[in-house]
Design a protein around this ligand. Sequence first.
Ligand SMILES: [Zn+2]
Length: 462
Amino acid sequence: MACENPYLQIDRLMVGDIYTAREVMDNLIVLCDELGSRFAGTPEERKAAEFIAETFKRYGLNDVRLEPYTYAGWSRGAATLEVVEPMPKSLPCISLPYCPAAEVTAELVSVGYGSPAEFEKLGDQMHGRVVMANSASPHHLGRWVHRKEKFERAVLGGASAFIFVSESPGVGPETGSLQNDKPAPIPGISVCYEDGLFLKRLIERNGRVVLRLRTTDVNEPRTSWNVVADLPGSEHPEQMVILGCHYDGHDISQGAVDPASGMVVVMEAARVLAAHARDALKRTVRFIGFGTEEIGLIGSYRYVDAHEDELDNVRFVLNLDAAGGGSRKGLMLHHCSEVEEFFKQAAKEMAAEMPLGHKMHPYSDHYPFFVKGVPCASMGDPDSPPKGRGFGHTAYDTLDKVELAKLREASAVAARVALRVANADDFPARRRQAEEVEQIIATDPDLEGVRVARELAQRRGV
Ligand SMILES: [Zn+2]
């Protein structure tokens, strides 16, 4: 049924502009083909932050700035993995971010998919062993078990090293950090699907398999930057809606879908809002390129600390991490059901396919805002079942995987949503109290990883 759209004129200008310009893809080419991984600590990371800031300036945004912060840096060193028993053999492998320099020789045990039940079953057998987990999650669990949760359960079980096995054939090893913003207590490496299956067959045939792994990574403090820019509102400039995405990728990859496809969507939304909605905005739209997300959501954690005094005025945060990828462009609301009706109405008046649902994981830049009680959501398909990363976090997350049509669709939704949230006089979201947030963290099945991380931190006295 038709529905009156109070923003029809601005919508037509913004959406028309998005669909008749290639700017969004041109920006993606710079981030991926010119600047590569933009991994934390590389010169390309800094160049990416500068490129995003310069582009925001060119689009006419205000107060464009790089906000620096220090963090626990990590640089990849060479890693080797050898089978010692039952026969000598070398297998290619890579260290995972925050792996320490170490040498471990120990017997191998497999924990399958690394679900809580599988870890429990393995029990004492983990002690002093190399624990190997597949990156997939068992279907019946109904949630995605993140690498960090598997690694931390292995550490809690007394493992001496961790091997992460890709769930997808033909994509090589899958990377991802072992810890957030701190060196890992034991080494962790990744091997490809095929070598993981080889090791599993060795265990099945021989029982005892002994491995030697050597890592040479460097853990040392560094500086990174959040890129922040504003389109100020005319009536209540202190109140704001935030569109954000991280710009750092993993060093083995272009990080084209994750995150660059989302970063260029933030930039494209900034471009068309500045060009066509600047004078109409009642409240501020803030655009953020978060730094160092891939190694622990560090940029967004630093941002919410540095901007603590503004958080009461943040109506809503839309995390666009990887938003220009293949999924539908809906909103996954993170425990803020009070805004569902508002966005249902918005989707109707936008005549857009924008499925709404409730879903959250703690592994991207919305999470530090959630912890502070700030209403937030991520762009994506709320109806898609839990699934693995495919080529994500591998060497194959390259520019060719991203479609211009998807970038446009995501940009149009992001810009139109930001306009509506900025201008609604009675936007129904409310900031959560700390106790309410704690209650959710204690009970939401999708936040199991947070609880495991806390258990480990407690055990290690940090
Ligand atoms: Zn990401």
